[in-house]
Design a protein around this ligand. Structure first.
Ligand SMILES: NC(=O)c1ccc[n+]([C@@H]2O[C@H](COP(=O)([O-])OP(=O)(O)OC[C@H]3O[C@@H](n4cnc5c(N)ncnc54)[C@H](OP(=O)(O)O)[C@@H]3O)[C@@H](O)[C@H]2O)c1
Length: 339
């Protein structure tokens, strides 16, 4: 029998602009021996995340640049298949930041947590119950200081963060929930399945008129996943005391900082007493358990809808990732199923 191998995707070159398939390299290597305290996790699902882009250019971001040859960041849900750590028994299902690989080795510390519910499909643990869902929850609740009656606008509304944010706002009693997304497929799903009141395509010629009609009384919370140009376009609709949640900057990740769109409509911050605040979702980790339970209940009850785009094997992850930056590409959480 041939020895067991790990398959993984590493960074082949630092990326300038839009990511491409040959920025990545597939490798196989023998399964390493475990040291004392380590555990081996066989991944079942691995995610492609837009935020990873900010580490792939070679300049430092808040998380530090990824060196060439390193495994690409991604979240994984899997099973502990070997353990030399008494706290993590073989057979335990876990969520971890294991990266784009068939297996990962963990010290049992840092970002690793047991799967606590089996009544929801496993992949949700790196989607609506994982970092995207937690970003939606804590972005709205803690950063956005959501209250019932708020009028909420979500950008990149069909993504795994945006779609959960809109549905939570609806469930928590928002007065109005609208979204920005590309194309009729996304608009239909968001209106008919996810319960948004209105969807506007950010590439429409008359975007400004359409968005004003979609939010006729203005915006209390702008939950932004897209970046500077989008925030600038939406600032004139912010209501007094409005909050802008800077969740992500998917339109800006491929552009060097000096070339990014600036924000011009800043007078609105003074006249309307606005706040704008970003988040790193791991700051809220202590609250994840309760939020995950509540979202899992919604999934089981059918009151929270999700979309996934699945690929087969770690080799599908570069393609799933590159599509994140092509507006209008297939929508939903990008996940690779690992055999
Ligand atoms: N702060 C945190 O702790 C944290 C944690 C996790 C994720 N995030 C951030 O949350 C955001 C959403 O993440 P996600 O996983 O749900 O991804 P996502 O929203 O599905 O991102 C991909 C989508 O972005 C939109 N897009 C791409 N290029 C665009 C452009 N130039 N202008 C406008 N829209 C564009 C496209 O949607 P359309 O086809 O509709 O245009 C595309 O399908 C990301 O920015 C991510 O980095 C933040």
């Amino acid at each position: 029998m041939s020895p067991p191998l790990i398959t993984r995707v590493v960074l082949a070159r630092h990326i300038a602009g839009q990511p491409a398939l040959d920025d990545f390299r597939l490798e196989t290597l023998p399964m390493p021996e475990l040291d004392d305290g380590q555990l081996l996790i066989a991944h079942h699902w691995v995610s492609a995340d837009p935020g990873t882009r900010s580490r792939l250019s070679g300049q430092a971001s808040y998380a530090g640049a990824l060196p060439l040859g390193a495994v690409i960041d991604g979240f994984a849900v899997g099973t502990v298949v070997a353990s030399r750590n008494p706290r993590w028994a073989e057979g335990t299902q876990v969520v971890t930041g294991g990266g784009w690989a068939s297996h990962s080795i963990s010290s049992g510390r840092g970002f690793i947590a047991p799967v606590t519910r089996t009544d929801v499909a496993l992949h949700h643990w790196i989607s609506a119950l994982g970092v995207p869902g937690m970003t939606a929850w804590f972005g709205l609740q803690r950063v956005g200081a959501f209250k019932a009656g708020d009028r909420v606008l979500v950008t990149s509304a069909a993504g795994p963060v945006g779609s959960v944010a809109g549905q939570l706002a609806r469930a928590w009693g928002a007065d109005r929930v609208a979204g920005v997304a590309s194309g009729e497929d996304k608009a239909r799903w968001l209106r008919e399945d996810a319960g948004f009141d209105a969807i506007v395509d950010w590439q429409a010629q008359d975007f400004e008129q359409q968005i004003a009609a979609a939010m006729p009384d203005g915006i209390d919370i702008l939950f932004d996943n897209v970046g500077n140009a989008m925030i600038d376009r939406l600032l004139p609709l912010m209501r007094p005391g409005g909050r802008i949640v800077v969740s992500g900057q998917v339109a800006d990740y491929n552009t060097p900082v000096a070339e990014r769109h600036g924000i011009a409509n800043t007078d609105r911050f003074i006249t309307h007493r606005l706040k704008m605040e970003g988040l790193v979702v791991f700051d809220d980790m202590r609250g994840f358990g309760a939020a995950q339970d509540a979202i899992a209940d919604m999934i089981v009850a059918g009151t929270l809808k999700t979309r996934d785009v699945t690929g087969e094997g770690v080799e599908s992850l570069p393609g799933l990732f590159c599509d994140l930056f092509r507006s209008g590409a297939a929508f939903g959480r990008r996940l690779a199923r690992i055999a």
